[in-house]
Design a protein around this ligand. Structure first.
Ligand code: ZN
Length: 222
């Protein structure tokens, strides 16, 4: 009996959706979810179409494999260090989606420019410094150290990470981030987009987290 079978299948299904949307090509990309004993993460270099829950790997807070036969993703430290830094995060997705990766080559912060970014991402999308491929621990430290309170961070000249309270929310964040990066590139081509003021970013994030879809929110809506 495989522990957390449903969660493992949900991670696999999310990877297949990311591939179908063109966010990952081949095995460039990885996904994880927090469990009480550590982190469940996708295995290294296994085609998403052939992964089963038995292929998933569980590592503890120190990164030691505690369940699974395969090697964990080479970017497991990115996931593990984000969970250590952000107790509110329950799932992490790493992709090389087109517009976010294009923006990562500019090494710039994407300010909060649209309302769904304030709601789902909750903050600007900063860019972690470039770390050469293969320096996995250093990449994890750079990404976790740059994320802040945001649910999105760019990895310079590499890709993007999206976070959420669970796997479906992380997938939603990945989609919002990709749209934001596309809109940011388009608007920047014409002029400098005007960010949403910080106070409204915070109030909108709060509304989305705690009130969205409730009667109190509906009665106050326009
Ligand atoms: Zn990557």
């Amino acid at each position: 009996m495989t522990a957390h079978r449903e969660l493992k299948q949900a991670i696999i299904d999310t990877c297949l959706r990311l591939e179908a949307m063109g966010y990952v090509i081949g095995t460039y990309g990885n996904a994880s979810a927090r469990v009480p004993e550590g982190v469940i993460v996708t295995p290294s270099r296994v085609d998403y179409h052939s992964i089963t829950p038995e292929d998933m790997v569980t590592v503890n807070a120190e990164g030691t494999v505690i369940d699974g036969e395969r090697l964990p993703s080479s970017e497991t430290d990115v996931h593990r260090l984000i969970y250590l830094a952000r107790p509110d995060v329950g799932a992490v997705l790493h992709t090389h989606s087109f517009y976010a990766t294009a923006l990562s080559c500019l090494h710039e912060t994407v300010p909060v420019i649209v309302e769904e970014q304030s709601q789902v991402v909750g903050d600007a999308i900063r860019c972690a410094p470039y770390v050469p491929a293969g320096q996995h621990a250093k990449l994890g430290e750079a990404v976790a150290g740059t994320l802040g309170a945001s649910n999105g961070v760019l990895l310079a000249n590499h890709g993007v990470v999206a976070c959420g309270r669970d796997v479906s929310e992380a997938l939603f964040a990945a989609q919002i981030i990709e749209r934001v990066c596309q809109m940011y590139l388009m608007t920047r081509a014409i002029s400098a987009p005007v960010p949403i003021p910080d106070a409204f970013v915070r109030s909108e994030r709060d509304r989305w987290l705690y009130k969205y879809g409730t009667r109190a929110d509906h009665d106050g809506a326009h």
